[in-house]
Design a protein. Structure first.
Ligand code: OAD
Length: 254
């Protein structure tokens, strides 16, 4: 059954002049990055309200920094998998594809740098809806810096702003916060203009990010979903490919 679905997805993507690709934690699962929901997901072990909200950070910045420093170190040891690499090759090799990701792991960018020279790699960089684990910004003046080492053993050891001395925070979007406006606008514009939408490794449970797929569908795009489990997009998908991204994505965009 997946053979017919693979052929259908390939055809759907090949025919489209403009494609929006929407990825979530599942695209990085085979790299060893844990997803959020389901067995082994981060939100099974940790409570988002303790670690991923502005209130939690205000209450205990040291604890929140400790968790993000742990995730950053774990992700830095992971490598892009065949799904990231196939997408990066595909996007740098053809025009008209916009990559939108909810992921904060930067593995799409690293894949693009592995397969393409700098200028082309830039084209395969995703629009990031939820920020990055590898940038921090100041809670006072919002100055943004590349992430450095973090000593989360005490509050004075936490990163502080080189400009104003304010406490730095991880550059990710927390629950209850606005998504970066320009990223959302660019993602929705690409979705509204797309003839096809490829969704990889996301449950589709978090809004407004999931609105990218609904916008594409409402504008007439045909939708292909790659995921080993059930997702909120299954009912609107024109093609569902059941299985791991690292196996399936290279078959449909390779
Ligand atoms: P979820 O953890 O909700 O969903 C991960 C999806 O990946 C599930 O549908 C899994 O079935 C699927 N999956 C697992 N292994 C896979 C594999 N090898 N190949 C392909 N798919 C696989 O993660 P997201 O949908 O990304 O938000 O979560 C969305 C947002 O919720 C995240 O960006 C994060 C979280 O709270 C913020 O940090 C703001």
């Amino acid at each position: 059954m997946n053979e017919a679905a693979t052929a259908a997805a390939r055809a759907l993507l090949a025919r489209a002049l403009r494609v929006v690709v929407f990825t979530g934690a599942g695209v990085s699962a085979e790299s060893g990055v844990p997803a959020f929901r389901g067995a082994g997901g981060l939100w099974k072990t940790f409570r988002p309200e303790d670690l991923a909200t502005p209130v939690a950070f205000g209450r205990d910045p040291r604890l929140v920094w400790e968790w993000y420093a742990w995730r950053r170190e774990m992700v830095a040891r992971c490598r892009p998998n065949p799904a990231h690499l196939a997408l990066a090759r595909w996007i740098t090799g053809r025009a008209g594809v916009t990559l939108v990701s909810q992921n904060v792991d930067d593995l799409h960018e690293r894949a693009a740098r592995e397969v393409a020279a700098d200028a082309e790699a830039q084209r395969a960089a995703p629009i990031k809806l939820h920020g990055s684990l590898f940038h921090d910004h100041c809670t006072r003046c919002r100055h943004r810096v590349e992430a450095g080492p973090v000593d989360a053993s005490s509050v004075p050891g936490l990163p502080h702003c080189p400009l104003c001395g304010g406490l730095m925070r991880p550059g990710v979007v927390w629950f209850g916060e606005m998504l970066p406006v320009r990223a959302v606008e660019a993602a929705l514009a690409a979705a509204a203009d797309a003839e096809a939408c490829l969704v990889v490794g996301t449950r589709g449970a978090v809004y407004p990010a999931a609105g990218v797929v609904h916008t594409a569908k409402a504008a007439g795009a045909r939708v292909a979903v790659v995921d080993p489990g059930e997702t909120e997009f299954d009912d609107l998908a024109d093609v569902k490919l059941v299985g791991p991204a690292g196996e399936i994505v290279p078959q449909i965009v390779g």
